[in-house]
Design a protein around this ligand. Structure first.
Ligand code: PMP
Length: 350
């Protein structure tokens, strides 16, 4: 090893899902929304004042923050926005997870958490999910330097009821608890309603899933103003975290188009429930997903082979090579037509 290499921060890199973009292909591998952004977003794009691109965007992101504050009926000082929730969470790790004690997150969860922890030199422990892939809440009652978990969890899709989430927050008032709600709009109530009661709670959400804007990179955090101020202090010290002007405009437009948001989320949920029934009939087993994906396994069809066969049909799903989940596929819920194509292939195979 060269001398300088000893000083390189080494991480086991995250492997992003493939992003091919061919006409006619069916892309069910990275949990994007199959429906286009809201009509209000397209209008905002057409009306974008391109001359303004000469100027730096508003570092306080007021237009987007105010739209969120109005939608969620909270004070703007409770919101922090960033370049995708990945960015928001990475910044929260750097800001809040500086204890000598390890932070906690589930062993089967969003794989970026360990990458960031390694990158930022944060110690961590990963309590195991139970046999049914559920988070065991008691594992999070032990001493820690912070907690993060997705709700619903990824890649399982399992939603933890809010009273259990609250127990975890309430029992950890000496550390920050981040609830990563990337998929909560497809599930039950959000922990947003707990924010006023717990100063140690940070809820993170994204525009990449339920709001059809993965390509714009917009995420946000909600917490009491004191927490949000700490995040802003860090953000302003790294100006590269500031969101770009089109994201601010299109994001605000997406929040204002509530009817479209409700309609498309409703369609995805009803497609999901239909596909669950069909997959069951075909012999698949899966946790009861409350998300926009289904984490499925089949007794007779090895997941890796199925993944390759589907790819040949131009249907992309996600396969994880990690032990314990290496016989599972994570299938994003697409449009009814896309899911019918997937089901037709599986029926033919069966
Ligand atoms: N959290 C979870 C659990 C996710 O699955 C994702 C998307 N892959 C993210 C956060 C990040 O989403 P984004 O950066 O697009 O907001």
């Amino acid at each position: 090893m060269k001398a300088w290499e000893a000083n390189v921060r080494k991480v086991i890199p995250y492997t992003p899902g493939e992003q091919p973009n061919r006409p006619g292909m069916i892309k069910l591998n990275t949990n994007e929304n199959p429906y286009p952004p809201a009509p209000g977003v397209l209008k905002a794009l057409e009306e974008l004042d391109t001359d303004r691109l000469r100027l730096y965007p508003d570092p306080a992101a007021s237009e987007l923050v105010n739209a969120l504050a109005e939608y969620y009926r909270k004070d703007p000082s409770c919101f922090f926005v960033g370049v995708g929730s990945d960015d928001v969470i990475a910044m929260a790790f750097q800001t809040f997870f500086n204890s000598e004690k390890p932070i906690l997150f589930p062993d089967i969860s969003y794989s970026f958490y360990s990458v960031w922890a390694d990158l930022f030199g944060i110690r961590y422990r990963r309590p195991a999910l139970d046999e049914d892939f559920r988070i065991v809440k008691e594992d999070y009652f032990k001493e820690n330097g912070g907690i993060i978990f997705p709700n619903p969890n990824a890649p399982t899709g399992i939603y933890m009821e809010l009273d259990q989430v609250e127990e975890i927050i309430a029992k950890n008032q000496d550390s920050i608890v981040i609830v990563d709600e990337a998929y909560v709009d497809f599930a039950g109530p959000s922990a947003l309603e707990l924010v006023d009661r717990y100063e140690n709670l940070l809820v993170v959400q994204t525009f990449s899933k339920s709001r059809s804007l993965a390509g714009m990179r917009i995420g946000f955090a909600v917490g009491q103003p004191q927490l949000i101020k700490y995040l802003n202090d860090v953000k302003y010290s790294f100006n590269s975290y500031t969101m770009n002007l089109p994201s601010l405009k299109l994001g605000a437009a997406a929040v204002k188009d509530e009817a479209y948001f409700r309609e498309t989320v409703g369609k995805i949920v009803s497609t999901r429930e239909r596909v669950k029934k069909e997959l069951s009939k075909l012999g698949f087993a899966f946790p009861d997903s409350q998300s926009n994906f289904i984490f499925a396994t089949h007794k007779e069809w090895p997941a890796k082979e199925l993944f390759e066969e589907l790819k040949k049909e131009d249907i992309y799903v996600r396969y994880f090579a990690s032990p314990r989940i290496d016989n599972y596929l994570r299938i994003t819920v697409g449009t009814d037509e896309e899911m019918d194509a997937l089901l037709a292939f599986l029926k033919k195979k069966g």
